[in-house]
Design a protein. Structure first.
Length: 208
């Protein structure tokens, strides 16, 4: 809340003559500017639920917020402050917030979808550990040796699905635990994708 204080000068006038003057002090508060937050852009697997919105999704204004998300496709509740989106294609969502005073704020978030193919994805994610995550672009991958050197490719993809790091392995080569320097400088959400014959394991990777 912003506190505003000002004074009003009153001059007493009679028959064209000023007899005196006085000040009246006026003191009132004004709410902070209404702000909407649709949350940070994110990357998810196909049809994996993800929560939208900030923490919180609205601040300032006169409270009594009313939320509306568009489009409504894939949302469990488009009038919630933090709805769950379950989608199979990348898309943008726009959040409109109206407060009790009728003020409106707007924010947009992009949700990018990666296929995350592979019937053994859950099992492989239990075998492979990626750390630290978030990282500064240098990550360690533990558990690769448990896959008996069958890895074909390791990639890091950005939110647009573009490959920003790639390492290829010849068939039959031994693969051991090691450290990857992705050399990624742009903070954001990425996907680490490890390809094996007939299956793929994906892990979300956050660069800070």
């Amino acid at each position: 809340m912003h506190r505003i204080i000002f004074s009003i000068l009153i001059i007493n006038v009679f028959a064209g003559f000023a007899f005196g003057q006085q000040f009246i002090r006026v003191d009132f508060t004004q709410p902070a500017t209404l702000t909407a937050s649709a949350g940070a852009d994110t990357l998810v697997c196909t049809n994996h639920p993800v929560q939208l919105g900030g923490n919180p999704s609205a601040t300032g204004g006169n409270q009594s917020y009313v939320f509306l998300w568009t489009p409504t496709d894939g949302l469990n509740d488009p009038t919630s402050s933090n709805p769950i989106a379950t989608i199979s294609e990348s898309r943008s969502y726009t959040l409109q917030v109206m407060d009790g005073g009728g003020c409106l704020a707007v924010s947009t978030v992009n949700v990018y979808v990666d296929p995350c193919l592979g019937t053994d994805e859950n099992q492989l994610n239990q075998v492979i550990t990626v750390f630290p995550n978030p990282s500064d672009g240098i990550i360690s991958i533990d558990g690769i040796n448990n896959l008996k050197g069958r890895i074909q490719n390791i990639e890091v993809l950005n939110q647009l699905g573009q490959v920003v790091f790639e390492k290829h392995y010849e068939s039959g080569n031994e693969v051991s635990d090691y450290i990857i320097n992705t050399q990624i400088k742009e903070p954001g959400v990425y996907f680490l994708r490890i390809t094996l014959p007939g299956r793929v394991v994906s892990n979300r990777l956050i660069i800070r």
